[in-house]
Design a protein around this ligand. Sequence first.
Ligand SMILES: NC(=O)c1ccc[n+]([C@@H]2O[C@H](COP(=O)([O-])OP(=O)(O)OC[C@H]3O[C@@H](n4cnc5c(N)ncnc54)[C@H](O)[C@@H]3O)[C@@H](O)[C@H]2O)c1
Length: 557
Amino acid sequence: MVAEYSLSPQGEKFPLPARGDYGKEFERLKALVSQQRSLGREIVVVMGLGFVGAVMAAVIADTEGKNGKPTKFVIGMQRPSTRSYWKIPLLNRGIPPVKAEDPEVAPMIGRCVNEKKTLIATFTYDALKLANVVVVDIQCDYVKESLGNIRDGQADMAALEESLEIIAEHISPKTLVLIETTVAPGTTEQVAYPIMRKVFRKRGIKSDPLLAHSFERVMPGRQYVNSIRNFWRVCSGINEEATRRAVKFLKGIINTDEYPLTVLDRPIESETAKIVENSFRATLLAFLDEWSLFAERNGVDLMKVIDAIKVRPTHNNIIFPGPGIGGYCLPKDGALGLWAYRHIHGFEDDIFKITPLAIDINDTRALHVAQLTRDALRNMNRPLAAAEILVLGASYREDVGDTRNSGSELIVRRLTEMGAELRVHDPYVPHWWEFEKQDEYPSPTHSLKRFFRGQERLANLRVEHDLKKALRGIDAVIFAVRHQPYLDINPDEMVNVAGGPIAVIDCFGILDDAKIRRYFELGCEVKGLGRGHVKRIKDRVREERERWTAEGRVREA
Ligand SMILES: NC(=O)c1ccc[n+]([C@@H]2O[C@H](COP(=O)([O-])OP(=O)(O)OC[C@H]3O[C@@H](n4cnc5c(N)ncnc54)[C@H](O)[C@@H]3O)[C@@H](O)[C@H]2O)c1
C-alpha cells in the first residue's frame, strides 16, 4: 500500500499515522497526562487546530497560577487528514501551524511546547478520554450556492456534529465541553445536547453532558493573542453546573478582572450574541454601499463625508466598506442565524430583511471595482481586454495576510472574466491559495471560481513581493487594501516605474486630493469607490492645462 502524506504549506511531507500508531500515541499521552496531573494541572483538549484553536490552545497552555506555575496541560487535537495532519508534527516542534502577524504567537507556542512543556498536539480521539475540559474550535461553515444571495445556501454542520458524537463517545461524564465555534443559534441545546445525551445513554451514563457555549472574538492581526486574553467574553451553560464550570475555566485563562465575563441565561443567548454582533457590523458596512454609489455619481467625496460625521461621538463607528468585507466570520455568521430560524427552530415565515441584504451587498460590492477599472481605462482609450492590471493587496484587511473571502479575489476573478491580465502584489501574503489551489481550496466545491468564466489560468497567479517589478508596464493599478506600504506611494514614482500614465483605482480612500491631482497632472485617469469629487479635480487640472497652453500661445505670438 502506498503511504499517504500530508503536505505542509512549506512543502514538508508528513506520512499519515498508520493503524498501529494510534495505540502507541495513546500510551504516550497517558504517561504525559499522569505526570501532568501529579503537578496539579488541569487537562484541556482543544479540538481543531485552525486559526482560532491553535492560538487558543497556546493561550490556555501559557496560563500560570499566582505562584507563577502553569495550571493547565493542553492537548491540541486535529484530524489526521491529508489536508491538515501536518499541523500536528509542526506544533509538536513548537512551530505555529497557522500564519499570524502577531509577533507573540510564535514565541508563545515555542515556549509552551519546548520550555514549559504544557502543550502538545495529537491525532488520536482517545486524548478526549483524558480531558477535564474539551474546547471545541472546529469550523461550522455556511455554503453559498450562488453569488450575492445567501438565502440560497446552507449551514455545513457535518464536521461539528461528527465531532460532538466523537466527544460524547470518549469523554468522562464530568468533562466540561465548551463550544467556541460560531454556531447557528440553538445548536448547543438543540443539536449538540441531543447528540451527546444519546451517546451518553448508550454508554450507560445517566447524567447530562456538561455543555456550554462561549464565542471567540479574536481579531487577526498584530493583536491576535491580546484579543483572546484581554478581551470581554460571553458564556452560558446548558445547566447551572455547566455554567459554573465554564465560568471557572474562562476566569482561569482570560483576564476577567479587567474584562469582566458576561454570563447569559441560556446558550442560545450566547450563540445569538455572536451572530447579532457580526450581523450588526456587516450591516454597518453594507449601509454605506448605496451612499458610496450616490457619492460617485454626484461629485461627493464619501471619505470626507465620513470624517465629517465621525466627529459626533454617537456616530464614530461609521466605517467605509472598501471592496466588500471578507474575512471568515462576517460573510457567513448572519446566514447561520437565518438558517437556524428555519432549520433548527422550524419557522416557515421570513422575518429577516436587513441581515441577508447586508451580506449580499458586502459579497458583491467588489464587482463594482471592475466597472470603475473598465471605465477608467476606456477614458484613456485603452480596452480592458488584454490590459495589464495590478491589484495592490490580496488580503481582506489591512496589514494582515488573511485572504479568506477578500474583495480582491472577486476583483481579480471579474476582471479576468472580462479578458484583462491580472497581477497581484501583497507584502503579507506568500501564497494566494484561493487561486493557486483554486480546484481544492477552500474545498473542491467552495471556490468562487464557479461563479465566473475563463478562470483556469488563474491557477498560475502568483503574489509578487517586489513592488517595482509588479508595477513595470501596467495599464492600471487598483489600491484594494489599506496596507501600510501603499499609503505613501508617490504618484511620480508610480508613473515613472509603470513607464507612463496609467488608470488608478482607489477602493479605500487611500489617495488624498493632492495625490489624485498629481495623477491627473501626470496624464493618469483616477477613479475611486465613493469618490465622486475626482471628476472636479480632473476638470480643474484640465482647465489649468488649457489656460497655460493658451497663455503660452499668447506669449509666443
Ligand atoms: N478566524 C477568525 O478570525 C475567527 C474569529 C472569531 C470566531 N471564529 C470562529 O471560530 C471557529 C473556528 O474558526 P477557525 O478560523 O479556527 O477555522 P479553521 O477552519 O481554521 O479551523 C478548524 C480546524 O478544525 C479541524 N477539525 C475539523 N473537524 C475536526 C475534528 N472532528 N476533530 C479535530 N479537528 C477537526 C480542521 O481540520 C481545522 O484545522 C469558527 O466557528 C469561526 O467562525 C473565527
